[in-house]
Design a protein around this ligand. Sequence first.
Ligand code: TRP
Length: 343
Amino acid sequence: MPTRILTGDRPTGPLHLGHYAGSLSERLRYQNEVRAECYFIIADYQVMTDREDTSEVEKNIFEVMLDYLAVGIVPYPFQEPSKGTSVVFIQSRVPQLAELFMFFSMITTMAKVGRNPTVKEEVRAAGLESRMSLGMFSYPVSQAADILLFQPDYVPVGEDQVPHIEMTRGVARTFNNLYGETFKLPEVVISNVPRLLGLDASQKMSKSRGNAIYLSDDADTVRAKIKTAVTDSGREVVFDLVNKPAISNLLVMYQLATGTDMADIEHEFAGKGYGHLKARLTEALNSFLSPIRMRRRTYAGDKLMVAQLLKAGTERAIVEGEKTMQRVREAMKYNYPHIFDNR
Ligand code: TRP
């Protein structure tokens, strides 16, 4: 049996360097080196946890898919079986996910969900303390369904998602205890890249903080953004997360763009100033992003094909998901053979 992984993104906009450093590079490793069966969920239901405006969701599904394709994710049915497949699918189009979430919500206590630190943090960030929706409260249970429906071995995610994966394992354990061994307990894999900060060097890179470099940014935009990037006091370029967090962050970007060891990078910049670092970083980022941009543009010109790939992945996810759901209904005795005559 090939290794199977599952992870995904909320379609709230195009992806940035932080996504690449923390997640996309790891996915490419699973796809190309481990040759795993990769499941990538575009979690469109989850967009609504912190907003009601749904006008951009479809557009953003395309944006995310274009970024996937641009960085080298090769989706089913394009991939040769020997190279590992990536099944990219849309959450709301796999009805089995809603069904499984319903069952999971019955075997999960409010107390357990209420303790989730990531949800608390997101509620605070979105200013929803006094009007958190039921959907926001319970989305980790929905995410448990996202994961467990596909029986993955590993779930590669950022640190902030760890409570969700722990909850997922808890749900799987509870279900297995109640209704018999049905779910494999997936392992969380946390990416070992240091967290990429934004250009403000004070918070992690994110769309909502306006401090991101997007994979789709053109060369001039990247140059302008690096120009405005915050630096530290002093003038030496050294990797020192405590005393030089801003410079260290630019060095991490340089490392990402060039694939060089940090020791070699420090050597390269020894005796050089911040201006030199910014100039070299701009060049490095632009040559790193250039092929990504090119592929993105090619796919963006063929929306029909992108749509076909999303549909094909979603259909495949439905087939896989239904296999698990049949076992779930049977285990729970909700398959009703005497009513629906199915074995
Ligand atoms: N919550 C994840 C995020 O915001 C996205 C996501 C939804 C996800 N379903 C998932 C991640 C299942 C891993 C597995 O990044």
